[in-house]
Design a binder for this molecule. Structure first.
Ligand SMILES: [Zn+2]
Length: 353
């Protein structure tokens, strides 16, 4: 019953997601005006808005002008319906688990298709999903609010550092261009300080650097090669061991990345340098933070592995140079939330732990 309810609800939500996927990147409202044909502008009546069925009855064409409707619309509806039904079978607890997981899956579908279309992951969806994950944690999912926040920061921190080392290699160890008052320089400084002083010390030093830049109207930036190359050294030599130092680095880097991203979310984007090669978009860091709020960190690692694997396979298949990572990360996120912990335990067991 719950799976059937999930399927029908998913069809309806998928129909709304089609609107979100189309309108959100264009800066249009997702509620007004009501649905209309993008070709002729005719307003769609109730009989034209039934998920999947309308598409089949109308033979995939607009009833008013005959323009072809992309088969993606019914596919998004079926995908969302299928995901909602699968979630109901895997977690048959309606409140709060299933209601929150349905919202999580809906956000993933929207993010995956928007990134595939535009190479962008809207802040409203990634930060919204992060906030929703923390709310689910406060209601007792994910072991509570603090573990949810910690895992969100770990995941975002891992992602931003992977991107940082990737960029460092692409730039042949040259320093990146700083962005004032907060940018990657403060994130990597927080990571280095977090490895040495623990997560709170790292966050404090990163925020202090941000505040200093703001107060003096100047840019004080520890060069990226310095912080990034000292970081593994600090982790290995740390008396508490590399795991504790690594955790401090990831949590501090994740916190500065997500806070800095939130700061820039409300301002016009800093000017992009198109000559600068980028290993990973910053949207992927925010999406990783969102996934970390929903999945445990080991489960997130499983999801990341799935994402990289799927991205590599499909990237080779389609031979495209610029590939949005968001759809793969979304797929990995869904796998992580439902199967990540079980896969992680099976992996450890196979190693004899
Ligand atoms: Zn039309």
């Amino acid at each position: 019953m719950l799976a059937l309810l999930g399927f029908l609800l998913g069809l309806a939500v998928g129909s709304f997601l089609n609107v979100v996927i189309y309108r959100l990147p264009r800066g249009q409202s997702v509620v007004r005006p009501p649905s209309h044909c993008p070709a002729c502008g005719a307003r769609l009546g109730p009989s034209e808005l039934v998920p999947v069925v309308s598409y089949l009855v109308q033979g995939g064409r607009c009833r008013h002008c005959g323009a072809r409707i992309s088969p993606r619309y019914p596919l998004v509806e079926l995908l969302t319906g299928g995901l909602f039904a699968a979630a109901a079978l895997l977690r048959p607890v309606l409140w709060p688990d299933l209601v929150f997981l349905w919202a999580f899956l809906a956000l993933l579908v929207a993010l995956a298709f928007i990134d595939a279309d535009t190479y962008l992951l809207p802040d409203s969806l990634t930060y919204g999903g992060l906030a929703l994950g923390l709310a689910a944690g406060a209601l007792g999912m994910h072991g509570g609010l603090v573990p949810a926040l910690r895992d969100a920061l770990l995941a975002a921190g891992l992602m931003v550092l992977v991107g940082g080392y990737g960029n460092l290699v692409l730039r042949r160890l040259r320093d990146g261009r700083p962005s004032w008052p907060v940018g990657f320089h403060q994130v990597y400084l927080a990571a280095l300080a977090g490895a040495l002083l623990g997560p709170l010390g790292g966050i404090a030093l990163g925020l202090l650097n941000w505040a200093l830049n703001w107060a003096t109207r100047r840019g004080w930036n520890l060069p990226e090669p310095v912080s990034l190359l000292l970081l593994p050294l600090a982790a290995v030599l740390h008396p508490a061991g590399p795991l504790a130092a690594g955790e401090g680095a990831l949590v501090a880097a994740g916190a500065l990345a997500l806070l800095g991203g939130l700061y820039w979310a409300f301002l016009p984007e800093p000017e992009e340098d198109d000559d600068e090669p980028v290993a990973l978009g910053f949207g992927d860091v925010k999406l990783a933070g969102m996934l970390g709020a929903w999945a445990s960190f080991p489960a997130f690692l499983v999801g990341l592995f799935v994402a990289v694997l799927a991205g590599a396979v499909l990237g080779l298949l389609f031979r495209r140079r610029k590939l949005p990572f968001g759809p793969y990360l979304a797929l990995g996120g869904a796998v992580a939330v439902f199967f990540g912990d079980a896969i992680w335990r099976a992996y450890l067991a196979s190693l004899g732990w």
